[in-house]
Design a protein around this ligand. Sequence first.
Ligand SMILES: Nc1ncnc2c1ncn2[C@@H]1O[C@H](COP(=O)(O)OP(=O)(O)OP(=O)(O)O)[C@@H](O)[C@H]1O
Ligand SMILES: [Mg+2]
Length: 443
Amino acid sequence: MSIPVITLGAEASAYVPGLEQLRGPVTVVRRCAELTELVAACQSGLARAVIIAPGAAELTASLVDRLRFTGVVVVALCDHLPGTGSPGVDGVEYVEATVEPAALAAAVARAVGRFEADPARPQGSLAYADPLGLPDAAAVQPVQVAEEPGTGRIVAVWGPPGAPGRTTVALNLAAELAAAGSSVLLIDADTYGASIGASLGLLDESAGLAQACRIADQGRFDGTVLGRIAVSVAVKGGRLRVLTGITRPDRWPELRPAALGKVLEAGRSLAEVTVIDCGFCLEADEELSFDTLAPRRNGAALRCLEVADTVVAVGAADTIGVPRLVKALAELGDAVPTATPRVVFNKVRAAAVGRAPETQLREAWERFGPTVGISAFLPMDHAAADRALLAGTALLETAPGSPLRLAIADLADVPAAGEARRRRPGGRPRNVKFPGIPARLPR
Ligand SMILES: Nc1ncnc2c1ncn2[C@@H]1O[C@H](COP(=O)(O)OP(=O)(O)OP(=O)(O)O)[C@@H](O)[C@H]1O
Ligand SMILES: [Mg+2]
């Protein structure tokens, strides 16, 4: 059967007569002048390949990824074939703009054949973070994997609005793991209120994550490139690599899900653990859906949650925080059915929920909460939290013996300094483990 093809741009449509004369293996089903027209046509399932003229569209990993999700491969006509200096975009079949029609048709057939033989290709479904098409819960596909996938783990720290302590937990989990000897990358992917940079006293305005996404969108990206962009921050006994977040909330379109997916995959090669501070909102931006190339504000959080091996869901332990977390977990289940959250209550205090707050919370959760159990209780500890913020560092530096620090070290499953543990009355952190529920993060 002949391969249905769409062309984009005048130079590509100039090939139409030549391709038609071949009478196979390709049939041009539409000529497009605009990229949006091309994307809409691909979405309708019209074609299996597109031929793009030089300069007709900016070829980025995001565009290629989106077209692949519609089952379409990209063949790009170019003035110069990519070489080692400019490696080109992954997944694109490049051919010289002077190619004969027969060779162009062969390149299309080759690209389609390779795509169809690729076991990691998207199959009729979109990742939720992507703007094309409707999500299909039954067929969520993992994001495109790198040629040699790294083995690092990804931990996404997420939770409902109301400042339950996502940043505090993410930063301190990362610091504990780094101090215990793991190589750790900390990423601020909160598109509403990035604050890892400020929490670590970093004055740099470079928005490391946006920079990484920009480079990842333009071509190949790996752990080495990522290592050059990340800022290195010393924490007691270790080092954290940090990708700071966007400097203003209106920069959210810079964190495109496809590019962010590549950054996260590179994170797996760079670090043993990547900890992400995610935005809270998972709502689909329906009002943008008519514009098929528009990025989605919450796409970054969704992509992080889709690829994470562990999702830590942080809720505030009070009468507002608990129902918010219940609702947010239901939304998470709908939006990212593959996520298996670990529930962490933060700011646990008797004043908000009554005497024996952990028991109160556990009982309330068993009655009203989802079936997922509570993995940890982190105490309210103003003194420690404020001291760390003021110093622009992690709790293990400024408040090593504080109840909050010890509880987070326990959640990270790393031994806190012996000296610090001894200082705590009773010597044991307060985290509670339910039978059969792994309370700690796998390392
Ligand atoms: N266990 C705790 N005890 C006392 N204060 C805490 C605790 N956890 C967090 N805080 C403080 O609460 C405030 C909000 O915490 P944080 O910034 O971590 O929340 P967030 O969920 O990331 O909020 P945002 O919505 O702004 O991203 C900060 O001032 C932090 O120092
Ligand atoms: Mg935050």
